[in-house]
Design a protein around this ligand. Structure first.
Ligand code: ZN
Length: 214
């Protein structure tokens, strides 16, 4: 397993949606974890800030509170974060494969939303009505925000455009917003180029074979 750090430059959120990017913080190849980007709950907090789900000030006070949490609390929070990630991956991988999500996974996501919903209020900001989070200081706030983003994607217009990279050894999820829905790879620089190189190699090999047989 390759341990990677989200703060490194090579974290490339290809999902086009924060919920999918959260799911993409682990890369699994043939049932085995190949790359892991999350190593503690502090990493989860960092993810929510870098993806715009949590304001930096809220994250600072959360990180302050986390300094006083016990090792067992940290472990429990992290366990819940990974469980939510698994649920999100399952739901959207099913969608990418043209299947319905498992009811159990949807119920699991719904549990998060039931809690999160109590911490969102309709309020006014500069005279405009909008949702305002009241979860500041709540250690689970990052997970509420992620769960909410997942539910918005799941019930929104783009859910039918959720795809999984076509490379055999890559399971990254993304929203295909290309006009003709033709995106096949997580990123052109990575899996797209590898596929292109492979096609080129196979074409050359075929040519050589047919030249040899002729
Ligand atoms: Zn890929």
């Amino acid at each position: 397993m390759h341990k990677r750090d989200l703060r490194d430059d090579d974290w490339n959120p290809v999902g086009g949606d924060p919920a999918l990017n959260y799911g993409n913080t682990v890369e699994i190849d043939e049932g085995v974890v190949d790359v892991e980007w999350l190593h503690s709950y502090v990493d989860v907090v960092y993810f929510t800030v870098s993806s715009g789900l949590l304001a930096p000030d809220d994250a600072d006070s959360l990180n302050d509170a986390l300094r006083f949490a016990s090792g067992a609390e940290h472990e429990q929070l992290f366990e819940q974060a990974l469980h939510l990630r698994h649920t999100i991956r399952q739901i959207f991988a099913a969608h990418a494969q043209g299947e319905k999500p498992s009811p159990l996974d949807v119920v699991e996501l719904g549990k998060w939303l039931a809690q999160a919903g109590q911490l969102r209020k309709l309020g006014l900001k500069d005279g405009d009505a909008q949702w305002i989070w009241r979860d500041q200081g709540n250690l689970l706030a990052p997970l509420y925000r992620i769960a909410w983003a997942a539910a918005e994607l799941l019930t929104g217009d783009h859910v039918d455009q959720v795809r999984q990279c076509e490379a055999g050894d890559c399971d990254l999820l993304f929203v295909d917003v290309t006009r003709n829905h033709s995106r096949r790879w997580c990123s052109m620089d990575d899996c797209g180029n590898r596929a292109k190189a492979r096609r080129h190699y196979e074409r050359v090999k075929k040519k050589k074979q047919s030249a040899g047989s002729g």
